[in-house]
Structure formats: C-alpha cells, structure tokens
Design a binder for this molecule. Structure first.
Ligand SMILES: [Zn+2]
Ligand SMILES: [Zn+2]
Length: 420
C-alpha cells in the first residue's frame, strides 16, 4: 500500500505541471492569435454579436486551473495502474511501431468523442445540469480560457476518460502526449469565439466531418444541440446538430473571405498551430529513444566477476542483458562454464558467456527499471530493479548473478579508461 502511495505521489507533480501547462500554453496561444489577427480578419469571423461579460475570463481561468488539478489527481492513477500492471503504457517505441501509435491515437480520439458526446448529453439532463454542467454554460460567449472551465463533478467525469481508456487499449507515452495536445488545441479552438477553421472544415467539404468553432459556439449560444467534441458524427446520427450550423458556418466563411487579408491571417494561424503540433511531436518522438537507453551499456559486476551488456531487447519490449565476459569463463580443465543449474535440463549445455540473463526491463514511474533476472548460480529467475546512478554506476536490487541483494555495477568503459 505504501509503495502504491509512493508511486502515486511521485507521479502526481509531473502530471499536474503537464496538465496545467498544456492548458496555459494552448489558451495563451489561442488568445494571442485572436489578439494579433483580430483586425487582420478574425474580427470578421466573430460568431456572436455580444462580448464576453466582465470578469468572465478570470472565472474561466480559475475554474480551468482547478480542472487541471483534478485531471492530475486522476491522471496520477495511471502511473499506479502502470506500476501494478492494470494498464499497459508500453515503453519501447519499437515494440509496436509508428502504425500502432497512429491507430491507437486515432482510436483514442474517436472513443473520446463518443464518451464526451454521451457524458455531455447526460449532463444536460435537467436533474444533472445544475451540479455538473452549469458552470461551463456560464460562458455564453466563450473565450479560449473556458477550455477547462468546469464544475468539480464535470471535471471528474472528463478526467476519468484517460484511465478508463487505458484499461482497454495499450498506449505508448508518445500517443498519450499527442492525445493531450490534440485535445487541448481542439478545445481552445472550439471556444475561440471567432471561427478559426478554414473553409475546408465547412459542412460538405473534405474535412467537414470535424467540428468547428461555429459548431461548439452554437452549443454555448443555444444551450443545446451540438454535443460532440471533435467530430459531427454523433450529432448527425442522433439528430442533435443545430439546424442553422451549415448556414452559419457558410455565412461566417463568406464574410471572412470578403476581407483582403483574411486568408493570410487564417493561413498564418493554421501554420502556427501545425508548427506547434509538429514541433511538439518531433520533440516527443526524439525523447523515447533517449529515455529508453537509461541503463543501456556494458556493466561490470562486483569483483569484476562478469561483464553484462544491456541493450533494447530483440523484438520484445524493454531492455535485455547478456553476459559478455566472465572472470571464470572456463573450469579448471579449460572447458567453458555451462548453465548447469538450469531447471530445464535441455538448456544445461548452454555456455554462460553469451547467456541472456536480464529480460523485459521496463521503466517504472519512479525512474527505475523493473524486469526479470536469471541467476545461473541456482537456475532461478527473479524480479529485479535497475537504477542508473550517475554516469558510470548502476544499482541492481534483487537476486543477481552471484549474490541475492543490492549490488552496484560499474561501467565497463570507466574501468577500461582506468586501465589505460
Ligand atoms: Zn453543454
Ligand atoms: Zn464549451
């Protein structure tokens, strides 16, 4: 129990900073784009004649910070679930590859859209509205700051989606981060108050199955219709799309094209957002490779008994380790030492040098790497935790090569350098 609490508490600050930063960056970005391009054309795309009321942005901002806090309380449960094996956040990018990453992200967005649609419709039920959803609808002309402006019960409903989804579908951390970015960007765009989507998002156009700012703004203006988040599918299927959606989007789009500089501003806006998404994805894509190499390298066990090389596993997730060198590599008659204690008698003729002894080491929430280690001394396999301590030290806890305890392994390269 203590260990779970430790995992939860060590994961929470990071999750909280990320959830809060995601909101602050996206809402600031959208508000800045609106301010910068208002005169250049976005002003002509304003969706409602009325303006946000006094104090509205401050209320939206504070409620959103509270929501980010609640999201982080729920999000840190994901780290515990990962630690316990209830959910799978796979660590090695090569395990499933880019196609699975893309498909799992697409599935997550489609599932989130369905979850949001039905949860949102339920919260509009007269028995639930006041408790769950009234806070969000205090913003009749929403601003980007309204993205997370929810009452506490509504924040809990939305924050539960990610842990619930992960119970069913394994995701890579990169997919989860991409989901978080897409989710908040679409959210601030939906609350921009002026249509920030290009004409290709119009009904009947090639991206017309996506929601737009007009779509969600009509929901705030009318207080009903248009319950979907990313896509129009559920609203069309259930007959809850606002009857004026098509007319209003087209009117806004044509009013906008009347201005000479609008297309420049919309293109600049699209470029900025795409640039930020692409840049973030690039940084995230570069990270797992670096992160996965934590304990990778050649390590010397105590007393220079053995050298173990740790590398990404062959065709499996995580890190693996192989014996590369043994002080006692041959017995007193000069024959290579074999895996003579193995419980599987057919494996007892394997030489110890070249033997794979570490398998499936995956990163844990508290910065260690957990996996299984085979001990040729007694032919048993044990759970063990690796932890990188500085440039040339690795600690390993569990039953390892020759002793059952915590050991310090030293970088073989550091030893080689010392011998020169
Ligand atoms: Zn609503
Ligand atoms: Zn809204």
């Amino acid at each position: 129990m203590n260990e779970l609490l430790h995992v939860y508490l060590s994961a929470w600050p990071t999750v909280w900073v990320m959830d809060t930063a995601r909101y602050l960056v996206a809402a600031t970005l959208m508000a800045s784009i609106l301010a910068l391009f208002w005169r250049a054309g976005l002003g002509r795309r304003k969706l409602q004649p009325r303006d946000p009321v006094r104090g509205q942005r401050r209320r939206e901002f504070l409620a959103s910070l509270r929501t980010a806090f609640i999201f982080s309380l729920l999000g840190a449960i994901v780290a515990v679930g990962d630690h316990q094996g209830w959910i799978t956040i796979y660590k090695n990018f090569r395990q499933a590859g880019p196609l699975y990453l893309f498909l799992s992200l697409a599935l997550m967005l489609v599932a989130h859209d369905a979850y949001f649609y039905w949860a949102h419709r339920a919260m509009h039920h007269r028995r639930l509205f006041a408790l769950f959803h009234r806070t969000h609808h205090l913003s009749r002309t929403p601003t980007p700051w309204a993205a997370y402006s929810f009452a506490i019960p509504e924040a809990v409903v939305h924050g539960a989606f990610v842990p619930l989804f992960l119970l069913v579908v394994p995701m890579h951390g990169l997919g989860l981060l991409a989901f978080g970015i897409v989710q908040i960007l679409r959210n601030v765009m939906g609350h921009a108050g002026a249509e920030v989507h290009g004409a290709v998002f119009g009904p009947g156009q090639w991206l017309g199955w996506n929601n737009t700012t007009t779509h969600h703004d009509l929901h705030h203006e009318a207080g009903r219709y248009n319950y979907g988040l990313y896509f129009r599918w559920w609203d069309k299927l259930m007959g809850t799309e606002h009857p004026d959606y098509r007319r209003k989007f087209e009117a806004i789009a044509s009013a906008a094209t009347a201005g000479p500089t609008t297309s420049t501003s919309v293109h600049a806006l699209t470029r900025t957002i795409m640039g930020i998404v692409a840049g973030s994805l690039f940084l995230l894509a570069a990270d797992p490779v670096r992160a996965d190499s934590g304990p990778a390298g050649r390590w010397m066990t105590p007393g220079a008994a053995a050298v173990v090389e740790i590398t990404p596993c062959n065709g499996e997730p995580g890190l693996c380790g192989t014996v590369r060198w043994l002080w006692d590599s041959v017995d007193d008659r000069g024959r290579p030492r074999l895996d003579t204690q193995n419980s599987d008698t057919s494996l007892r003729t394997r030489p110890l040098v070249g033997l794979s002894i570490l398998s499936g080491f995956a990163r844990t929430a508290n910065g260690g790497w957990e996996g299984r280690i085979y001990n040729p001394e007694d032919g048993q396999t044990y759970r063990a935790t690796l932890r990188r301590m500085g440039a040339d030290t690795l600690t390993i806890e569990g039953c390892v090569l020759f002793i059952c305890q915590k050991q310090v392994w030293r970088s073989a390269a550091a030893l080689a350098a010392a011998l020169h």
